[in-house]
Design a binder for this molecule. Sequence first.
Ligand code: F6R
Length: 242
Amino acid sequence: MNVLIFDSNEKLNEAGANIITSLIQTNPRAVLGLATGGTPVGVYEQVVKDYDRGLVSFKSVKTFNLDEYVGLPEDHPESYHSYMNHHLFRHIDLPAKNVHIPNGNAEDLEAECRSYDERIADAGQIDLQLLGLGHNGHIGFNEPAHALIRGTHIVDLAEETLKANARFFDSIDDVPKQALTMGVGTILKAKMILLIVRGADKAEIVHRALTGPITTDVPASLLQTHPHLVVLLDQEAGRLMA
Ligand code: F6R
């Protein structure tokens, strides 16, 4: 595991974008696993700058997002479809057919989960999986539990997750209660994992996840077992790691 701590958001964003850009420069057909939420916004901004400078093309890249809310219309401003279009996809030359996000409005959600796993398998291995970290240690929407699920599945979001994500909605009651998420088995199968965490409120969970016992109570602790894990932290999130 390589843990890097940055004293400015700008440097962290540049480091994150560099990892993504240089992967695609060396492997133009890379398969990316992508995350949403507040954490990667600045990294995506920097990736778009790299694209604008002609450093990288996404013409042959494939992307698979970690998750999507159940029952939120795709064109709702807080859907992860809208998020990805807004922050990344509409700014770059990634073909729409290469974009994959679970469909939280599918009539048969179980079938959608199976089909998502098949699409990931058809693309071969995910080369780089980008992750943020929930306050409760979730990755994707794999919430703390007695047992974790390997593949894509429907999940009831934890109270803590609903509270954290309420900031994006008018009220907590508007946050969808369920989501589809990639499973931890799929996440851990990625060749490389890039975990990014920001903010003092995540210092303790970062420390527990990366140095504490490996337990399904802290799903991110399973990342300790991954052979190619890179962690980018701002100073606040890295306070207990230095
Ligand atoms: C997002 C995702 C979540 C977030 C996590 C942190 O696709 O899967 O695990 O990465 O909830 O969210 P932020 O970045 O908003 O603090």
